[in-house]
Structure formats: structure tokens, C-alpha cells
Design a protein around this ligand. Structure first.
Ligand SMILES: NC(=O)c1ccc[n+]([C@@H]2O[C@H](COP(=O)([O-])OP(=O)(O)OC[C@H]3O[C@@H](n4cnc5c(N)ncnc54)[C@H](O)[C@@H]3O)[C@@H](O)[C@H]2O)c1
Length: 257
């Protein structure tokens, strides 16, 4: 494994399972110390932190609800207190709620938008203030979704949140460039994680999804983590304001029979 992140410190939201966990482990394997936050899965978060510490890197697990602005700010403060500073912020925590558009409730809309869009917005703001104080640049990586681009019927609030992340990434790439801060998104397709539990347990739906994926397999959390490590490293110093699709070709799949 390359040591591209030696001496760096990363903060990853939702690092207790799924894609976030793979990102924490990959960044640490490339040399970074990592702070991760989790909403309720303390056992998972402690396990990830312990696995990182075993490799000789520092790790800290912090409980926080990123949908609440003050808690996101507290995560950034705690990460800085425990690990000295943060060079890399990964906004990974996210959730989705299925409903026909006409049945979407305000609490469900708020839950999705608060965690997927408002959280990353204000966490990034706290990170930027920290980097300004440190008088140094940094890297922000947002875990978006192919649904920043592709419609997903019955998931309107999710699509709105990820579409918002796409434009936030583009906008901040311009505003943060003078500070030496780059910001990019990763848009995963169908990745094998707990968020897709229902789909993974439905052989008919799973088969039809796989038929739509040109590479003919689901993605693994590690497929996303390797791109995150690239974007976090100096190999991506000239990359900002863009989205990397990690989807096995799903998004632009079109074939005439
Ligand atoms: N798995 C996929 O197919 C897929 C596809 C596209 C995008 N994504 C995105 O990837 C990201 C990670 O998803 P995943 O598949 O690993 O899902 P997951 O359900 O396994 O993990 C979600 C993570 O978000 C955290 N989280 C949720 N609400 C939170 C809150 N209020 N405060 C703090 N943390 C909170 C959880 O602790 C958990 O670690 C999400 O942003 C999701 O939208 C996933």
C-alpha cells in the first residue's frame, strides 16, 4: 500500500460501517491518523478505531448527529483536540427514506436533507475555518451518489440532497481555491453496504439491477475508498470541483437491442 497520507489527519463522518468504514481503513493504511464519527453504532465505531490503532496509526471515535449543526462543529473541535488538526474532511454520513412523492412527510424530508446536505455544508464550514486558522490548505471529499445525476423515483428527498451536494461541491471549489482547499465528490452506484439491506435480500430486484451494471457486479466499499484515498492525496492536488463516478458503468448505460 502506498504511503501517500503519511503525517496527515483525516475526519470521516459515519465511519462505523459501510463505505465510511472502508474509507477510514484505507486512509489509515496510507498513513493518516483518523477521527471518525457515528450516530448510534458505538460498537462498530470502536471496532474500526481499534483496527486502525493496531496498524500503528492514531484513531478516535466520536458520537455525533451530523444533522445538527452544533454537533458537527463539536466533531471537528473534538477531532482537532484529540489528533492535533484535520487536513482532510470526508463527508460520508448519509441516509435515505423511501416514499411516494405525495406521501413524503416533513420529518422524513428533514432527516434526509439535514444529514445529507445541511450536515456536510456546516461541517465543511467548520473545517474551512480550522484550515484558515492553520493558514494552510486542505481537502474535502463528499460522498454523493449517482443520484446527484440520475433520477430515483420514490427517493425525491435523497435526490434533492445529493443534487445539492453536487452544486455545493462545484460552488465551493471556486470559493475555496484561494485558500488552497480542494473539494470533490464521489458518486457511488450500487455498493454492498447496510443501506442496501432490502435490495441485497431480494433476489429478483438484485438480478434486474445487476443486468443494468455493465461491469456485472455490485461495488464494494473498498472500490469507493480507493478513490477517496486518491482524492485525499497530493496525487489529486490539481483536481477540484468535480465528481468521480464509482458505479461499474451504471450511470451512462444505454444499449439498443
Ligand atoms: N451503498 C450504496 O449503494 C451507496 C450508493 C450511493 C451513495 N451512497 C452514499 O454513501 C454514504 C455511506 O453510505 P453506506 O452505503 O455506507 O450506508 P450505511 O447505512 O452503511 O452507513 C451510513 C453511515 O452514516 C452514518 N450516519 C447516518 N446518519 C447519521 C447522523 N445523523 N449523524 C452521524 N452519522 C450518521 C451512520 O453512522 C453510518 O456510518 C451515504 O452518504 C450514502 O448516501 C451509498
Amino acid at each position: 500500500m502506498a504511503n501517500r497520507l503519511e503525517g496527515k489527519v483525516a475526519a470521516v463522518t459515519g465511519g462505523d460501517q459501510g463505505i465510511g468504514r472502508a474509507i477510514v481503513e484505507r486512509l489509515a493504511a496510507e498513513g493518516a491518523d483518523v477521527a471518525l464519527c457515528y450516530r448510534s453504532n458505538k460498537a462498530g465505531a470502536d471496532e474500526v478505531a481499534a483496527a486502525v490503532q493496531k496498524t500503528g496509526r492514531k484513531a478516535a471515535a466520536v458520537q455525533c448527529d451530523v444533522g445538527k449543526v452544533a454537533e458537527g462543529q463539536r466533531f471537528v473541535d473534538e477531532a482537532v483536540r484529540l489528533l492535533g488538526r484535520i487536513d482532510i474532511l470526508v463527508n460520508n454520513a448519509g441516509l435515505e427514506r423511501r416514499a411516494d412523492f405525495w406521501d413524503v412527510t416533513e420529518p422524513d424530508y428533514d432527516a434526509v436533507l439535514d444529514v445529507n446536505l445541511k450536515g456536510p455544508f456546516f461541517l465543511t464550514q467548520a473545517f474551512v475555518k480550522h484550515r484558515m486558522q492553520a493558514k494552510s490548505g486542505g481537502k474535502v471529499i463528499n460522498i454523493s451518489s449517482v443520484h446527484e445525476e440520475l433520477p430515483f423515483p420514490h427517493f425525491a428527498s435523497y435526490c434533492a440532497s445529493k443534487g445539492g451536494i453536487k452544486m455545493l461541491t462545484r460552488n465551493l471549489s471556486i470559493e475555496l481555491a484561494p485558500l488552497g482547499i480542494t473539494i470533490n465528490s464521489i458518486a457511488p452506484g450500487a455498493i454492498e453496504t447496510p443501506i442496501n439491506k432490502k435490495l441485497l435480500n431480494d433476489p429478483v430486484k438484485l438480478k434486474s439491477l445487476l443486468e443494468n451494471i455493465p461491469l456485472k457486479r455490485l461495488g464494494k466499499p473498498e472500490d469507493v475508498a480507493s478513490v477517496a484515498a486518491f482524492l485525499a492525496s497530493s496525487d489529486a492536488d490539481y483536481v477540484t470541483g468535480t465528481t468521480y463516478f464509482v458505479d461499474g458503468g451504471l450511470t451512462w448505460n444505454y444499449e439498443e437491442q
